[in-house]
Every structure is written in structure tokens, then in C-alpha cells.
Design a protein around this ligand. Structure first.
Ligand code: ZN
Length: 155
């Protein structure tokens, strides 16, 4: 008994070269769309990351509360920049120096709002700033920057 022929071999009359030629551009198109989507996602994430890590550092706004800073010479004189290592508005600068004074055992008893939670909020905010600084300097973040620079289309 002869083996039956493959059932579709006679009805399938598509040239294999044609099929491959049709599939490759589709596959390239799909891959290209995926690459574009991945690049857009990465770019979006990068922008979000930058806004978190650098927005307050380069803007003319207070790093703590976001209030516009008085960058005039008069405004600069108001802030004791030797005691305040951040770009703060005057109010946040005063709160910061109060915080440092409290850590040193001094404090103004009239400042009833400067309690444990207030101390903790300053402590955690300062820790957060340090964490962001370390992240910006770490290898993973620098690799991301290099990766984005290499893949960014020239405009
Ligand atoms: Zn402020």
C-alpha cells in the first residue's frame, strides 16, 4: 500500500520564496513598531525620572516647598547660604536652620509646631535628597543616560 501524499501538498501552491519575502517585511515592521514603542516608553520614563531628580535643582524654585525663589541680589542676601546647603525660600531656610538648632539641643519653645513629626519630616526629606544624589551618581543611572544618548534620534 502506497503512502498517501501529504494532503495539502497539491493544493498549497504558494511559492516558499514569496511567503518568506512577505513575512520578513511584516516581521521587520512589527519589530520596528515594538522598538519605537520601547524607545518611547524609555524616553517617557527618563523624562519622569529627570523631573523627579533634577527639576527642583535647576529651577528657580524652593527645593522644599516649590515656592518661587527671589534670585535678585537682595533675595540672595536674605538666605544664610553657609548654613543652608539647599536652594530654599526664606521660610524653608528658617525652618531648616531651626531643625539644625533642634538637633543640637537648642530650639525655640514658642515654635510649638516643631515637634517629633516635624523633626521626622525634615530628617526623611534630607535622607531622600541624599538618596537621590547617590542615585544620580550611581553606575545604573549613568548607564541609562549613556543608553538614551546613544539611542536618541538626531533632531
Ligand atoms: Zn520653601
Amino acid at each position: 500500500m502506497a503512502h498517501p501524499k501529504e494532503p495539502f501538498s497539491d493544493t498549497l501552491k504558494i511559492d516558499p520564496d514569496t511567503v518568506v519575502a512577505d513575512i520578513i517585511p511584516l516581521d521587520n515592521k512589527r519589530q520596528s513598531a515594538e522598538d519605537t514603542k520601547a524607545a518611547e516608553l524609555k524616553d517617557r520614563k527618563f523624562r519622569a525620572l529627570l523631573s523627579v531628580t533634577q527639576h527642583t535643582r535647576k529651577s528657580s524654585r524652593c527645593e522644599k516647598c516649590g515656592a518661587p525663589l527671589d534670585v535678585s541680589a537682595d533675595g540672595a542676601d536674605k538666605v544664610d547660604s553657609l548654613r543652608v546647603p539647599y536652594r530654599f525660600c526664606q521660610g524653608c531656610s528658617e525652618e531648616y536652620t531651626d531643625y539644625i538648632d533642634r538637633l543640637r539641643g537648642n530650639g525655640n519653645p514658642l515654635h510649638y509646631w516643631q515637634q517629633d513629626e516635624w523633626l521626622q519630616s525634615w530628617s526623611k526629606w534630607i535622607d531622600y535628597q541624599g538618596t537621590v544624589d547617590r542615585y544620580l551618581k550611581c553606575g545604573a543611572f549613568r548607564a541609562l543616560l549613556d543608553d538614551l544618548k546613544a539611542n536618541r534620534p538626531v533632531k
